[in-house]
Design a protein around this ligand. Sequence first.
Ligand code: AMP
Ligand code: MG
Length: 338
Amino acid sequence: MKKRIVAVFLLCLLLMSACVDSNATVSMKEVQFVMSTVVSLDIRDHASEELMNKMMDRLEEIDVLMSLQKKGSDIDRVNEAKGEITEVNPSTYHVIEKAIEYSELTDRAFDPSIGLLVNLWGIGTETARLPSPEEIETARMTSGLENIELLGNNQLRLHGDTQVDIGAIAKGFAADEMVRIAKEAGVKSAIFNLGGNVYVLGSKGTSPFRVGIQNPFSDRDDYLGIIDVKDTSVVTSGNYERFFFDDAGKRYHHILDPKTGYPAENGLAGVTVVCSNSTMADALSTAIYVMGLEKGLAFIEATEEAEALFVTNTRDIHVSSGLRSFFTLVDDTFRIVE
Ligand code: AMP
Ligand code: MG
């Protein structure tokens, strides 16, 4: 008798959950141009039009708050405040705080106080150009974390001519926000790709997700290898993402070395960071690209939460120890260096 009651009870529970959770198996994919990049949200369960809209709206909102170029963004208002105190959205304040934290952690290879330098080069905008050495030095001298004064209560003030840019971390924060919103809606499995800034939520059935690592020397979507991962972010920074050519045909890319003021040139084509926190992965991929192979690899081996893969200009691949068993090379024009 007892057994029957339990069985009926379980059946009711099953029926109830089937009714309540009617969109448990609904999957949806949406691709849009937002945050100046192609964003793809691929949700494999619990998807709905409402959830998709909510997530895309959040991306638009983050862009409007954190863009360096958009007039009236939080970052623009802070940079234009001429030393006055500015109040920003709590999300912007949080990302600036994180940016400072990662800057300190990476010995300023990642530096959110180089806004003037980024604007001077204008890489990725229509006004990209090679500035004179004097201009570069003048802009470089305005940077310095000590010039960003956080006052609490979402208020901050810049000193001197310092300008803030959080473009190297905002997409990571946005990816973390996508994960938060999706989890709140009950999503267990999804892939978010914010212009190469990837987050895989959960797994693909019983298997991990397979994330392709872009071949930095190909114009097309060619992968040099694959990483099998679950519940983590995979973020790449590379010299092939945004660049321009000067009149002499020399290529300049968008990741600047804060210590020289010029695009970092240290033999790396790209760095991919794997870390469950996408804000951290984004900051570290930029920072490690600037550090270069030797320093970057030593840094990542000493950082428990993150792993990394380095691709050099000579097609050598270096993989940090914790990532080796998850990486498969698919293009044999590259070689793994042990
Ligand atoms: P990412 O694509 O994440 O590596 O970020 C590159 C973007 O961050 C550039 O387009 C600049 O806006 C900015 N940036 C460039 N160099 C640095 C740096 N060393 N530290 C922080 N932000 C940077
Ligand atoms: Mg970055």
